[in-house]
Structure formats: structure tokens, C-alpha cells
Ligand binder design. Structure first.
Ligand code: SAM
Ligand code: SF4
Length: 334
């Protein structure tokens, strides 16, 4: 196997997009992301150091990765985030970031210097009290100010909004209206099941329901279907005349597995070949022993299931045992 086809799995999917989680810690406590009792975090020494993140990422770039997203937990809570960013910016890849934006204002210059142009920011409500309910923290104003700042500073901002029926589905129109004068993409993300996040199929808001709400507000002809980018997990739309756009990501009901190009590296140096997969392959131990991680990467890629980590039918979601073994999103890296 040559270095460039290690990342191609048996279904012909080429994995050129690496999402690196930098930490399992966070300054928010989103209810859908982490269980109420918190998650066990790895001791500091078990996490990849800045040099290890860089060296492992460099191996992946050698295998054909062209895009790296930094995520977490909240990647910005790592004190050495700036150092990691600076090192990764020397690689020949498109770098991007997913953050809750609580402290992103401290990093604007460093993000620019590293060549980051797009940032994905989580925001699940436009109301301070609801923001506090979902994140268990009182940071709404700061996040909103920081989103404005990112826009002013010229970043392309995508807002990730996890929809939970009965909680924030009544804000769908307000979120779309927010794109009228703001050049952002609001991405409605289907609530996914993880260990302890009280997932239930009835809490999902379907693609059709979201679109019907938009059509009722702006008419079917007032909403334009945009062209999606290759490997895009979202279906993109905009309301005529609005500066921004909106998108729908239906991971559970309408998965995009057949064109998936993503692999994840957890903060403690394990490959996770799918968000829904329970299995992980440890790279960091071998890397620290001076061994070759390439066969481990190949093993993880070849073990990737064709659809949702093996949860191939809708019925798979009726049995919590199928997803309760899966670490919470905060520990995987979203
Ligand atoms: N802390 C950063 C943030 O919130 O953007 C980065 C990490 S977070 C785990 C990455 C993304 O995963 C966020 O957009 C979050 O909304 C999403 N996420 C977490 N748990 C989820 C769930 N159960 N279903 C759908 N999306 C989820
Ligand atoms: Fe933290 Fe992001 Fe998870 Fe919220 S979604 S708890 S901000 S890691």
C-alpha cells in the first residue's frame, strides 16, 4: 500500500479531512454534548503535546490529508493552543476551527496569522436564558459579541445550531432571519445520541419540517436551494435577498456516509473512524515508543463501516445499547 492510498477504505472513500480534538475539557457544559455528571478526562500526560499533535498531523498530511479542523471539547481552553496552531500552520493544509467562541476574541490575530479563514461557532439559542439552560453557563452576551467580532474581522462564520424539538425548534425562523443582515451560514444540526445525553427520536426535527417552516415564512419560491460543496454534510439554502444562508445536517435520518471523507483523532491520540463507531485505534502509544503509526491508520480506515459506524438501519437507534457505549461528543471531538 502506498502512502497515498492508506486513507482509502474498502468502499473507495478517500479520507482527506482530519478533525483533531485538542482537549476533552470545556468552558461550557452543553446538555446534548456531555452528561450531567461530566466526563472522565484523560490525565494531562495522556494527551498529545503540541509536538505530538504536529508530528502526527504531519504523517497524515503525508498520507493525503488536505484539510484539518481543530475541535474538542473547547480547543481554545488549551493554554498551548497558540503554539499548536503556529506549528500546524506550517503544514500544507486548509486549517479550520470549531469553537464555542467564549474566549475567541483573544485569538483573532493568531487565527489570522495561521491562515484560518472559516470558523464554526456553536450557538443553539438567540435567547440568553435558553442559552444558559442548554450550555449550563451564562456566556450568551460574550458569544454573541464574539460572533459579531469574527464577522467584522472578515472570517467566514458558520453557526452550528443543534435542534432539539420542544426546546429551540421555535427559533428556526429567527435563526434564518438572522442571516438577512449577517453574512453567516446557520447550520441546523440533528441531535445525535451519545452516552448519557437523553437522546430520543421524538426530539429530532426533520429536514422537511425545517424547510416547511421556511416555505411558510418566505414561500417555496423565496427559498433557494444552493449548490453543496463536494463532501458537504449539509444541504444548503438561502432566502432571496438575504446576505447569509442556512443549511440542514441530518446525520441521523439522512446520513452522508457514502461520501464521507472524515477521520477523527481524539485528544489522547486515538483514531475514531466514524462518530458513531464504538471502536478506537490508539496511535499515541506507538508513536511515543518510536513505532510506525501507518499500519494502525490503515487498520482503522479498513475497519470503517459503510454506514454510521455499523448502525445501518433506523431501528438501530431504538436500542440505546447501540450508542450508549459511544463516548460523549465532548470526548470524541465534534
Ligand atoms: N466546543 C466547540 C463547539 O461547541 O463548537 C467544539 C466541540 S463541539 C463537540 C463540536 C460540535 O459538536 C458543536 O457544534 C456541537 O453543537 C456539536 N455536538 C455536540 N454534541 C452533539 C449532539 N449530541 N448532536 C449533534 N451535535 C452535537
Ligand atoms: Fe463544550 Fe462544544 Fe460540547 Fe458545548 S458542544 S459542551 S461548547 S464541547
Amino acid at each position: 500500500m502506498t502512502d497515498t492510498n492508506i486513507l482509502t477504505d474498502k468502499y473507495g472513500r478517500k479520507h482527506s479531512y482530519l478533525r483533531i480534538s485538542l482537549t476533552e475539557r470545556c468552558n461550557l457544559r452543553c446538555t446534548y454534548c456531555m452528561p450531567e455528571h461530566g466526563v472522565a478526562v484523560s490525565p494531562w500526560g495522556k494527551l498529545m503535546s503540541p509536538d505530538e499533535v504536529f508530528e502526527i498531523a504531519k504523517r497524515f498530511v503525508g498520507m493525503g490529508v488536505t484539510k484539518i479542523r481543530l475541535t474538542g471539547g473547547e480547543p481554545l481552553v488549551r493554554k498551548d493552543f497558540g503554539q499548536i496552531l503556529e506549528k500546524l500552520s506550517t503544514l500544507d493544509v486548509e486549517l479550520s476551527l470549531t469553537s464555542n467562541a467564549v474566549i475567541i476574541d483573544r485569538y483573532i490575530d493568531q487565527l489570522k496569522a495561521a491562515g484560518i479563514k472559516t470558523v464554526n461557532i456553536s450557538l443553539d439559542s438567540l435567547h440568553p436564558t435558553k442559552f444558559k439552560t442548554i450550555t449550563r453557563r451564562d456566556n450568551f452576551d460574550k458569544v454573541k459579541q464574539n460572533i459579531d467580532k469574527l464577522i467584522q474581522e472578515g472570517f467566514k462564520v458558520k453557526i452550528n445550531c443543534v435542534l432539539i424539538k420542544g426546546f429551540n425548534d421555535n427559533e428556526i425562523i429567527d435563526f434564518i432571519r438572522y442571516t438577512q443582515n449577517n453574512p453567516v451560514t446557520v447550520r441546523f444540526i440533528e441531535f445525535m445520541p451519545f452516552d448519557g445525553n437523553r437522546w430520543n427520536r421524538d426530539k429530532l426535527v426533520s429536514h422537511e419540517e425545517i424547510l416547511n417552516m421556511a416555505f411558510a415564512e418566505w414561500s417555496a419560491t423565496g427559498v433557494e436551494r444552493l449548490v453543496d460543496e463536494a463532501h458537504d454534510t449539509s444541504r444548503n439554502y438561502s432566502v432571496h435577498g438575504f446576505q447569509g444562508s442556512f443549511a440542514i445536517i441530518s446525520t441521523v435520518t439522512n446520513p452522508f456516509c457514502d461520501s464521507c471523507n472524515r477521520i477523527r483523532l481524539t485528544a489522547n491520540g486515538r483514531i475514531k473512524n466514524c462518530l458513531f463507531s464504538n471502536s478506537e485505534v490508539d496511535l499515541l502509544t506507538t508513536f511515543r515508543e518510536g513505532g510506525d503509526i501507518t499500519p494502525l491508520v490503515a487498520q482503522a480506515i479498513q475497519a470503517k463501516a459503510p454506514i454510521r459506524g455499523g448502525m445501518s438501519t433506523d431501528e438501530s437507534f431504538s436500542d440505546p445499547n447501540n450508542y450508549n457505549q459511544n463516548r460523549s461528543m465532548i470526548a470524541i471531538g465534534g
